[in-house]
Design a protein around this ligand. Structure first.
Ligand SMILES: Cc1cc2nc3c(=O)[nH]c(=O)nc-3n(C[C@H](O)[C@H](O)[C@H](O)COP(=O)(O)O)c2cc1C
Ligand code: SF4
Length: 159
């Protein structure tokens, strides 16, 4: 059965709701039957400052930057908390989980950059993973031109 999730964006600084608002909204939904977990990230299409956090680029954030505020939410609700946003290596996801900051890490662009990432991680081939550098060129930028992919993967595959 497919799990039901509520995605919510926040964490302040024009990134969407403030951390307190995120927690308040999630607490209000915490008893909802059938809702399995909260999926949190940053960003808001309501303004330029927030929109850059929807798919956060390397210029403005560090890897795993949303883990500390997500931990506040995890402490405030009973349901499990899933985090996405610039978690670009399995080691970073492991560190976030080991620190108890969230229950699960979502990784979008790293799977575009290297669809074999989960298999490589499971096999301990961490150095072989083509990490997403958050350039947002092909996965986001080229979408407007009707193309989709990863610029880094294309460059590395080119003979
Ligand atoms: C090509 C692409 C499409 C996306 N589409 C959606 C979407 O439809 N809805 C959504 O909530 N987030 C969408 N996102 C945002 C991702 O779910 C994720 O929150 C964001 O990319 C940050 O995670 P990452 O650093 O692991 O890529 C999209 C991201 C990419 C790269
Ligand atoms: S083009 Fe590739 S490296 Fe750049 S952000 Fe997208 S997935 Fe990451």
């Amino acid at each position: 059965m497919r799990p039901d999730t509520q995605r919510i964006t926040g964490f302040g600084d024009q990134r969407g709701l403030t951390p307190d608002e995120v927690i308040e909204a999630c607490r209000a939904l915490d008893d909802l039957p059938g809702l399995d977990y909260f999926n949190v990230t940053a960003g808001s299409m309501a303004g330029l400052g927030g929109s850059v956090h929807v798919v956060p680029p390397m210029a403005i954030v560090e890897a795993g930057y949303l883990a500390p505020p997500a931990k506040r939410l995890r402490r405030a609700v009973a349901k499990r908390v899933f985090l996405a946003g610039r978690i670009n290596q399995p080691q970073i996801a492991e560190a976030i989980l080991a620190a108890g900051q969230v229950d699960m890490c979502g990784m979008t662009r790293v799977l575009i950059a290297d669809p074999e990432m989960p298999a490589k991680a499971a096999a301990g081939r961490l150095d072989d993973i083509r990490a997403c550098i958050a350039c947002d060129q092909a996965c986001i930028g080229h979408l407007q031109a009707g193309r989709f992919g990863c610029l880094r993967a294309r460059m590395m595959l080119r003979p």
